[in-house]
Design a protein around this ligand. Sequence first.
Ligand SMILES: [Zn+2]
Length: 132
Amino acid sequence: MSSVPRFWRNLGSRYNLEGTRCDECGNYFYPPRNFCVNCRRSGQIEPYKFKGTGEIVTYTLIHTAAEGFEGQAPYTLAIIKLDEGPRLTSQVVGDPEKIQIGTRVRSVFRKLGEDGERGMIYYGTKFVPAEE
Ligand SMILES: [Zn+2]
């Protein structure tokens, strides 16, 4: 039985940018943690859904795509610092001319890749430049 909630938790964090927050010190965690490294046992960990906005810390243009992503190369892989603090690695879609260090981005729900043999399509979070 215990594997079911874990499955949904992982799915949530991948699809909706769900992480956790420590009520004691206000630190945010993504991927979610159930233990605060600052507060140890006194930390109260609560689920938190990230706003999905942040900025590009650094990025790389990927010319050779991984298996299942062939149709998408070249694409930009970036380290994004969420406004709440945590950093994550994600694909940034959209005009490469608009992608620079410090560019504001927001999360979108897009196709991540597909498994041609099984006909499976994977969806998840990507980022796009936030046009403000
Ligand atoms: Zn804490």
